[in-house]
Design a protein around this ligand. Structure first.
Ligand code: NAD
Length: 479
């Protein structure tokens, strides 16, 4: 195994980053590019041994980092953001090669947001207020104490964005971190380790380990010295992590899947509604927040569908490095297989593919819209995580809300309506962590982010992140 590989002209270390040093495992796993199925390289395959070493390093580095002043912690986080900005092009091409999402999105949207994650939590840390209350002459002093080593486990659909959404607040709060990226997209986390070291983050404060969830992931989440586990990924994995965290009662933050609706009322600006609808194919539909269930008022359903099909048919599918491409590949042939399975079973059960409904070669899935789907069918109830959308119609507002809420998920919902009173009524009834009205994917890091029902446990963002990553303490002092 070579320690370094070159990806899109960028050198990437394939080993773990533990205690400020590169550490290799004897075993490896193969990282494959979704663009064409080619092998990118062999990556260190961590086990319980590397998990223990990383947690030990994080534990050893914790006291000094926790005692580092807020201004110094914030300064280093800004320096990491500078490093991300300096290497933005490199991060973008490596991420695109590794996970197949559009290069233009990585350049213009995702990587700037990665830098922003660090800047935002650095600045928020400096604004975080200690609270004081008085009780019969006694002072209650509420402080945000760092919790300790945190294990952060992330998925492949937006690897560095989702990792830094956790790493930045965890470090800002004074914690040390063991980050395990997904085995289908391990590379940018390794680059982040380099950037953080160059920015002056002390050894052991950020550790990056690679490998399979069932191996090193399990060992990390069951480790007794871990004080927080923040996980983004699927519901079945969240169940397993919850079980392994139970032994030590380690607090968990879970950001999970969704089956979010887009409600289109007859009073909506239909052009806007179609814009919002077409956006759901972003990242080949591999977006947790994607509004994959279109619920359209009966009177405008035909017109909405006509305009949607016209727009969607113009989307260009292909190499994500090409600026003109709108839809890239799916992450892995296994994911493609899964997506096609969902679609074929839906069609067999009576659904009609208005567009798509088939693979495009070995890595791509045609953007698909299915109609004629029943509310209790698998395709309406289960997360597909591919470019597969369904369309159902509704006769009344009441029925729209009923359909929207009738899944086990509750991550997000989008409402297209021209009537502000309706917007207020409907959003109040929707079960979702985030609701967008006449817009989609607008995120403010000060606002809470998370899911209702099986879409998650807890909220992150602004103070909510510090609530999770800190042991909030009340010190009562006599007069
Ligand atoms: P996944 O659950 O298969 O894997 C996520 C991570 O968990 C990977 O790093 C994996 O190695 C690790 N893992 C697997 N088994 C483990 C175990 N037993 N112990 C510890 N770690 C383990 O999810 P995925 O397929 O990578 O990602 C897609 C899912 O993520 C979708 O359901 C999507 O909706 C969800 N997601 C949610 C959000 C959100 O913010 N709510 C954002 C992005 C993706």
């Amino acid at each position: 195994m070579t320690d370094k590989i070159t990806v899109g002209g960028v050198s990437v270390d394939t080993r773990h980053w533990i205690g400020g040093e590169r550490v290799a495992s004897t075993d490896t796993f193969t990282d494959v590019s979704p663009i064409d199925g080619s092998t990118i390289g062999e990556i260190s395959r961590g086990t319980a041994t590397e998990a223990a070493a990383a947690v030990t390093a994080a534990k050893a580095a914790f006291p000094a980092w926790a005692a580092t002043s807020r201004t110094e912690r914030a300064r280093i986080l800004h320096a990491i953001a500078d490093g991300v900005e300096k290497r933005l092009e490199e991060l973008a091409i490596v991420e695109t090669t590794d996970n197949g999402a559009l290069l233009r999105s990585h350049r213009r949207g995702v990587m700037p947001r990665v830098a922003h994650n660090f800047r935002f939590f650095a600045d928020w840390l400096l604004k975080l207020d200690h609270e004081d209350f008085e009780t019969r002459g006694h002072t209650n002093h509420v402080s945000w104490d760092p919790a300790g080593p945190c294990v952060l486990i992330t998925p492949w659909n937006a690897p560095l964005m989702l990792a830094t959404w956790k790493v930045a607040p965890a470090l800002a709060a004074g914690n040390t971190v063991v980050l395990k990226p997904a085995e289908w997209s391990p590379l940018t986390a390794s680059l982040l380790a380099d950037i953080a070291a160059e920015a002056g983050l002390p050894a052991g404060v950020l550790n990056v380990v690679q490998g399979y969830g069932s191996e090193i992931g399990d060992a990390l989440t069951s480790h007794p010295d871990v004080r927080r586990i923040s996980f983004t990924g699927s519901v079945p994995t969240a169940r397993r992590i919850t079980e392994s965290a139970a032994a030590n009662l380690t607090p968990l933050s879970l950001e999970l899947g969704g089956k979010s609706p887009l409600l289109v009322f007859a009073d909506a600006d239909l052009d806007l509604a179609v814009d919002l609808a077409v956006e759901q194919y972003d990242n080949a539909g591999q977006v947790c927040l994607a509004a994959t269930r279109f619920l359209v008022e009966e009177s405008v359903a035909e017109e909405f569908t006509r305009r949607f099909v016209e727009r969607a048919s113009g989307l260009k599918q292909g190499d994500p490095r090409d600026e003109a491409t709108d839809i890239g590949p799916t992450i892995h042939p296994r994911q493609l297989e899964k997506i096609d399975g969902f679609v074929q079973r839906a069609v067999a059960a009576g659904a009609r593919a208005v567009i798509g409904g088939h693979r495009e070669g070995s890595q791509y899935y045609a953007p698909t819209l299915l109609t004629g789907v029943a509310q209790d069918s698998e395709i309406v109830q289960e997360e597909v995580f591919g470019p597969v959308l369904t369309l159902q119609t509704f006769p009344t507002e009441e029925e729209a809300v009923r359909l929207a809420n009738d899944t086990r998920f509750g991550l997000a919902a989008t409402v297209a309506t021209g009537d502000p009173e309706r917007a207020e009524r409907v959003t109040a009834q929707l079960v979702a962590g985030t609701v967008w009205v006449n817009c989609f994917f607008i995120r403010d890091l000060r606002a809470p982010f998370g899911g209702a029902r099986q879409s998650g446990v807890g909220r992150e963002g602004g103070n909510w992140s510090f609530d999770f990553y800190c042991d909030v303490k009340n010190t009562v002092t006599a007069p």
